[in-house]
Design a protein around this ligand. Structure first.
Ligand code: NAD
Length: 255
């Protein structure tokens, strides 16, 4: 018996990184998993990996910023599984820029994916979960949603927004008696394609990686599974008294 047996879980940005690790872990723990991403080839590969291990999964093409994609994705989930128990709003993008160097176009691009995407994902998940009277929504914020960084103006704003939007949605669902929980997760630096991309643009990638490591008192970067296990806990009934909470998984970065 898995920790999320028979539940239906949607994970956005599930083709790579933290989303992929989460999709695989939720499947290992018994969930039927919807792999949602813009990267179809990599997304189908995640589905194939879940099926090869005896699990059940479905790929849905989804750009989290496009509302029409959301209604199509939810219709596909309803047709295949008839319900939605877990929604992990994980898709996000990184962007390095200060208040002075960030253009309005880049600012809006970051908010569109990291904030609009989480808003739409939460709204559509609430709509699907409300008639069931149960559900768990997990939104990916960051340590950058807790503390500021001069070089991450747009990213800081988006992730801080995710943190407080999550609390607003959690309170609304709780006070409305929906029995839908909404929580945020705040990873430190995790060695995924996102962070590899940030350091690969620098002349000395190993030095850039070491600089990031030094920010974490535990002395190393996190792995995607470190975050997936936190998400699994919030997705499962083990966390049934948690809503509006922020789960920090950061190797001591913000301690
Ligand atoms: P990643 O870049 O490795 O993977 C992100 C996935 O999201 C990719 O599969 C990508 O195709 C998908 N994606 C991007 N834009 C999308 C869109 N508009 N619609 C649908 N899918 C889209 O990223 P990651 O490191 O795994 O990060 C996952 C989440 O965790 C993000 O929200 C990120 O901000 C957050 N986070 C990551 C770290 C870290 O150190 N890696 C730290 C804190 C928070």
């Amino acid at each position: 018996m898995g920790r999320v047996s028979a539940k239906v879980a949607l994970v956005t940005g599930a083709a790579l990184g933290i989303g992929k690790a989460t999709a695989l872990l939720l499947a290992r723990e018994g969930a039927r998993v919807v792999v949602a991403d813009m990267k179809a080839q990599e997304g189908h590969a995640v589905v194939a990996e879940i099926e090869a291990a005896g699990g059940e999964a479905l790929f849905v093409p989804l750009n989290v910023t496009v509302e029409e994609d959301w209604s199509k994705a939810m219709a596909a989930i309803k047709a295949r599984f008839g319900r939605l128990d877990i929604a992990v709003n994980n898709a996000g993008i990184a962007y390095t820029g200060t208040v002075e160097s960030t253009s309005l176009a880049d600012w809006r691009r970051v908010q569109a994916v990291n904030l609009d995407g989480v808003f739409l994902g939460t709204r559509y998940a609430v709509e699907a979960m409300k008639p069931q009277g149960s559900g768990s929504i997990i939104n990916l914020s960051s340590i950058e949603g807790l503390v500021g960084d001069p070089t991450l103006a747009a990213y800081n704003a988006s992730k801080g927004g995710v943190r407080l939007f999550t609390k607003s949605a959690a309170l609304h669902c709780a006070r409305s008696g929906y029995k839908i929980r909404v929580n945020s997760v705040h990873p430190g630096y995790i060695w995924t394609p996102m962070v590899q991309g940030l350091t690969s643009g620098t002349p000395d990638q190993e030095a850039a990686r070491q600089k990031l490591i030094d920010l974490h008192p535990l002395g190393h970067l996190g792995e995607a599974d470190d975050i997936a296990y936190g998400i699994l806990f919030l997705a499962s009934d083990e966390s049934k008294f948690m809503t509006g909470s922020e789960l920090v998984i950061d190797g001591g970065y913000t301690a």
